[in-house]
Unconditional design. Structure first.
Length: 44
């Protein structure tokens, strides 16, 4: 377990995807190279 944090500068198309519920993250590890976990992102 642990915490991952960070920030990113995004362009308008990413902002639009967040607002429309079309953005997600996919966490890859050495054990599961295709993706360990995936989650939807959204704007508050």
């Amino acid at each position: 377990s642990g915490v991952i944090s960070g920030s990113a500068t995004v362009n308008q198309s990413v902002k639009d995807a967040l607002a429309q519920g079309r953005a997600y993250f996919n966490l890859h590890t050495t054990v599961h190279g295709g993706g360990e976990i995936r989650g939807q992102l959204g704007a508050p």
